[in-house]
Design a protein around this ligand. Structure first.
Ligand code: ADP
Ligand code: MG
Length: 571
């Protein structure tokens, strides 16, 4: 006889459960999406572990997710024959919140029932979504490869605690048994359940099955016929991996649901690109550009978002070798036809195929962005603007990281300028508007927009009507260091060195400047002497119009912004 132990939920879980069970739900049906998604993840994990350990399949190699309805007990059960959970795993995984998405969700709670309930609907809160429709959940599970006697039963009514006990469970995998609330009994209706599965989970690559129902005519005359449940399983989804389907057979809604499934993001993606790449290296790529930057985008250990499959077998999450670091925000799936099934992260690093895939992915993303940027369609243009506001700064890292695509990246950059307060000026536009005689693209880097815009360094440029790009991202100084020219025109910081406007200055101005230089020579020498420990040189300048003096840097010096950035990075 095994004893039943009682455990308390982690405080955050209890808080979350309280909310789930006490709010009005704008979208109760999402519980199915969440639980099916977990069942699918569990099957992926089994497949992966079984690559080197095929006995984990036991005698049950056909992975599937099954939904059963029991009208008399008022239960809906989702069963998978995936990896399963040990007792300890059930305690850990179903009693604490580990995933960052749910933490993010918690941080957004407003305390207002209505708005919070809407948030639940958008996010889904993983396993705990079950309590939207159930007043008790029983989970029975057995991990792949362990004896039948090592099963576990986890039970909770969604308040402060849960119990676990050891059970006999011959079947590998997990059953989540939802004891439906009175107001959720519509989910005992097979037709209704199928509708929801179709809406949210059609992209799941495993078969999702239900017992087939058939119409049975009445045995006696004048009696009504009825639907009866047979004992034959019927697959209710397409059950093919979404990325293997032809583009034309996948709807925008299906792409969006698939994106949410793999990314744990509750926003719809901005754009996606889906291609079968043939040639020396063969693979399918399905890449999504998110609409919102994750909070950990700038952390050193932020995870890349590509899942790697080899011939439809899930191999690993966050395969960072498949994308350059500056595109780490991209989510998606790569399914390779060439890599070995037992490929490891170390092997990925050296693989020629992986290099080809990474290059192919990079090209695709940059061209997808270019299409959005240059589109005539305002909706697409807005998408690009959203993208740029969220990810523009990360993209700039590419100027340093990805020499071979530097020109393409440079084309995508947008800046504010002395002619534009919004961050919309491209280098291409800037060049096209340059007056005759201007030989460089001028820019200034500063802490913020106001500092850039009001810098005395811009006085002469303003007077001459020469546009200067205003750069205020922390990374600009560093990134622009790699971009010495654009389309044959050099980039020149107006705060560095002597600014030579060349042909843009007329002879009279030059003569006046020379005369002034001659006249002011004694003053200059005196200043140079006084400031000899503080300034490298004191020069007469033509760049000021109203201000008497300004500080500039030597052409090759580290700017104050850059020096600060390095200091913050601990270098
Ligand atoms: P997430 O799926 O984002 O990790 P969930 O709240 O949906 O978060 O699930 C929490 C954890 O519970 C999962 O990560 C997994 O470890 C475990 N789990 C949930 N359902 C299953 C299942 N059907 N089979 C095995 N493990 C599961
Ligand atoms: Mg989940």
């Amino acid at each position: 006889v095994h004893s039943t132990q009682t455990h308390h939920f982690q405080a955050e879980v209890a808080q979350l459960l309280h909310l789930v069970t006490h709010s009005l739900y704008s979208n109760p049906e999402i519980f199915l999406r969440e639980l099916i998604s977990n069942a699918s993840d569990a099957c992926d994990k089994l497949r992966f572990e079984a690559l080197n350990q095929s006995e984990l399949y036991e005698s049950d190699p056909d992975l599937a997710i099954r939904i059963t309805l029991d009208k008399s007990k008022k239960t809906l059960t989702i069963t998978d024959n995936g990896i399963g959970m040990s007792e300890q795993e059930a305690i850990d995984h179903l009693g604490t919140i580990a995933k960052s998405g749910t933490k993010d969700f918690m941080s957004r709670l407003s305390g207002d029932q209505k708005t919070d309930a809407q948030l639940i609907g958008q996010f889904g809160v993983g396993f705990y979504s079950g309590f939207i429709v159930a007043d008790k959940i029983t989970v029975e599970s057995r991990r792949a490869g362990v004896p039948a006697a090592d099963g576990v039963r986890w039970v909770s009514n969604g308040t402060g605690d849960f119990t676990v006990e050891r059970i006999d469970r011959p079947a590998r995998g997990t059953s989540v048994i939802l004891h439906l609330r009175e107001d959720a009994e519509q989910y005992l209706n097979a037709w209704q359940v199928k509708q929801v599965v179709n809406k949210y989970s059609d992209h799941i690559s495993l078969p999702i099955q239900m017992l087939k129902e058939v119409w049975q005519d009445a045995k006696e005359e004048n009696q009504p016929g009825q639907m009866v449940t047979t004992d034959e399983w019927e697959t209710i989804n397409s059950a093919s991996a979404l990325w293997t389907r032809p583009k034309k057979d996948v709807s925008d809604e299906q792409y969006t649901e698939f994106y949410k499934h793999i990314s744990h993001d509750f926003h719809a993606p901005l754009a996606w690109t889906h291609n079968r790449v043939e040639g020396a290296t063969e693979y399918t790529q399905l890449l999504f550009i998110p609409a919102k930057a994750p909070q950990d985008l700038y952390y050193r250990d932020s995870q890349s978002g590509l899942k790697l499959y080899v011939k439809r077998v899930f191999i690993m999450d966050s395969a960072e070798q498949l994308l350059p670091n500056y595109l780490r925000f991209i989510k998606g799936v790569i399914d390779s036809a060439d890599l070995p099934l037992n490929v490891s992260r170390e092997l990925l690093q050296e693989s020629r195929d992986v290099r080809a895939i990474r290059e192919g992915n990079t090209r695709r993303i940059l061209s997808t962005l270019e299409q959005l940027a240059s589109s005539e369609n305002t909706a697409e243009q807005e998408k690009f603007a959203t993208f740029y506001a969220e990810f523009g700064a990360v993209l700039k890292e590419g100027l340093g990281e990805d020499t071979s695509n530097r020109d393409k990246i440079a084309k995508l950059l947008r800046f504010a300028s002395t002619n534009s307060d919004s961050v919309t000026r491209s280098l291409t536009d800037y060049k096209a508007a340059m007056p005759e005689g201007q030989t460089a693209i001028y820019y200034i880097t500063a802490e913020n927009f106001a500092a850039a815009k009001n810098s005395p360094q811009l006085e002469l440029f303003r007077k001459k009507g020469i546009e200067v790009l205003l750069m205020t991202d922390r990374i600009d100084e560093w990134a622009l260091g790699f971009l010495t020219e654009f389309d044959g025109t050099p980039l020149q910081s107006v705060t560095k060195g002597a600014v030579d406007l060349g042909a843009l200055q007329d002879d009279e101005e030059k003569k006046a400047a020379e005369a002034a230089a001659e006249q002011l020579k004694p003053l200059l020498e005196q200043l140079q002497e006084t400031l000899k420990d503080k300034a490298k040189a004191v020069r007469i300048t033509t760049r000021l119009v109203d201000s008497p003096a300004c500080l500039v840097q030597d052409q090759n010096d580290l700017s104050p912004q850059l020096a600060k950035m390095f200091k913050q990075m601990g270098q």
